[in-house]
Design a protein around this ligand. Structure first.
Ligand code: NAY
Length: 293
């Protein structure tokens, strides 16, 4: 298998009711997630509300997760992308000290940086530790797709192991795979992971894996085995759930789901809100659909 490949939970973060990082609630989430049949955890990413946390909080979270996940056999990937390169490097070094298996980073996008600036960001970050780094393509966050030749150049950097591809442009994905077949590809839209699996990606990283981790592992396996009926059934359950939580907000909705399943995980951090007229009813319906956990 390729470096870091497999299904990874984009780990949710535990906050207190006042919005402080809450180690106990983080452990509660982990207890639930660690029971699932997934390869690893992706810590401090978008789903973890990393964009709303400061570097000290993220470093603390890396440690809490490492301590709790120790001995579980789960692979740990730290997301270290920050608006500034300096802080990204600090988080990457911390992750290496703590024994993480890999790194990932959003491209810098606090300003409309040039492709050269983005390349330099990844080049220096990748060289800062010995860990394999996963570059991130996510036009819904950055506002623009990355040109294919730029992605190919990034994948050629020492220590860059692969790409997390979160876009519905499956042709663009295939084009990159065909020029850099040896890179590790993760797909980032849970609701269409089956399509990406059919195109030969090496794994997935997703928010709804916090709740449906077993389902996504089974779905991926079904594609490998060519069991298309199972794939469609499982993807259908995933799509119904994503459709529900799009009404409440994905991250607040996943947290409300964990609460409804008895996990004391706390709320999403402001400015996130549990949206919709009656989010409790939406979540209640979601968890009672056939096939849901
Ligand atoms: C992360 O932490 O970076 C991710 O979770 C990426 C994966 C998620 N994509 C985004 C853009 O947040 O799980 C998906 C996504 O929440 C899900 O497919 C619902 O659209």
């Amino acid at each position: 298998t390729k470096k870091l490949a497999g299904m990874h939970v984009a780990l949710l973060t535990g906050f207190s009711d006042q919005g402080e990082f809450d180690a106990k609630r983080q452990e509660n989430i982990l207890e639930y997630v660690l029971k699932q049949n997934v390869t690893g955890l992706y810590v401090g990413g978008s789903s973890g509300e990393g964009g709303l946390m400061n570097v000290e909080e993220l470093a603390r979270q890396q440690e809490v997760v490492r301590d709790k996940a120790r001995g579980s056999g789960k692979q740990l990937i730290a997301h270290v992308g920050q608006p500034s390169l300096r802080e990204s490097i600090a988080l990457a070094e911390r992750a290496q000290e703590l024994g993480y298996d890999g790194l990932s980073a959003l491209p810098p996008h606090a300003y409309p940086f040039s492709q050269e600036e983005i390349f330099e960001y990844y080049r220096v970050l990748a060289a800062a530790t010995d860990l394999p780094l996963i570059v991130y393509e996510v036009p819904i966050r950055t506002g623009r797709p990355t040109p294919a030749d730029q992605i190919a150049k990034l994948l050629d950097l020492p220590n860059v192991a692969g790409l997390k591809f979160t876009s519905s442009d499956m042709f663009a994905l295939s084009q990159i795979q065909s020029v850099r077949p040896d890179a590790t590809y993760f797909f980032g839209f849970d609701e269409i992971i089956g399509g990406a699996a059919a195109l030969g990606v090496d794994g997935g990283i997703g928010t709804t894996y916090n709740i449906l981790g077993n389902l996504y592992t089974a779905l991926f396996k079904a594609v490998e085995l060519g069991e298309m009926e199972t794939l469609r059934e499982l993807q259908g359950i995933s799509q119904a759930y994503v459709n529900d939580i799009l009404k409440t907000g994905v991250i607040p909705g996943c947290k409300a789901t964990l609460q409804a399943l008895g996990v004391d995980c706390g709320p999403a951090r402001a400015p996130f809100l549990l949206r919709g007229a009656n989010p409790k009813a939406i979540i209640e319906t979601a968890i009672n659909r056939p096939g849901f956990q």
